[in-house]
Design a binder for this molecule. Sequence first.
Ligand code: DHB
Ligand code: FE
Length: 283
Amino acid sequence: MSTTQQSPTAAGSGANASENFKASAERRGVADTPPERVAAIVTAVLKGVHGAIQEYDVTYPEFQAAKAWLMAVGEGGEWPLFMDVFVEHAVEEQVAASQHGTKGSIEGPYYLADQVRLESTCRLPRRDDEPGTALVLEGQVRGLDGTPLGGAEVDIWQADADGYYSGFAPHLPEGNLRGVVVTDAEGRFSISTVQPAPYQIPTDGPTGRLIEAAGWHPWRPAHLHIMVRADGHRTITTQLYFAGGEWLDSDVAEATKPELVIDPQDDGTGTRRATYDFELEPA
Ligand code: DHB
Ligand code: FE
């Protein structure tokens, strides 16, 4: 961890994720859930809560502590963070059941739309003194039938070598290590970036306090976030992880899949290279 940089606080990334979530409502679409379905789902959730209270003979002080904690999550703007770490993977797994091609993974709270568009062979925007090992991710975007998809968008975002995301950490320039890479006529791309560090959920907010109170760890393994879009195809939101990476087998967000692990190799110049092809199904 760099000592010269100010660490983002829970207020600096949790609350920020809340603002980003509200601002991106249009992109997410409308749920439009009928009343019977609302009633069925909420009843099931409450049943789970009531069941836990009975099973563990929950006390009044524990109930009031839970209430205070829920209030703190809202006041600290940490609901996007909490939901994406502890709940999103289950939703993603449901969606994945009907999805073919490249496996998906959770989006998480740190996606920002409308980043700089880059040519198929490119370098992600970075600071002049960007720390970290050079990493190149190259590959091809194809349809399920193998057709190369030229002009597809490989929208990539990642933490830096200290584990922080631009837009959610005050010391990082806007757009750092983010970009929308457009594939060439053969559907190919080659993206130069740096190796991200594992990501730690902010430990100074209510989500971090819960993790500590439960004796869990707050880490996600190092990962690249990638959303791949191509005309006429179903958009895929996924993540790539690194072979042998710390926390790969105990991701707090439970969002790793064996098919999404890459194993970059040093090309002899100190740059690590990995190839990953994306296969998109028809929309
Ligand atoms: C969270 C952060 C991530 O980088 C991610 O990929 C998923 C979840 C989070 O803090 O909620
Ligand atoms: Fe992430």
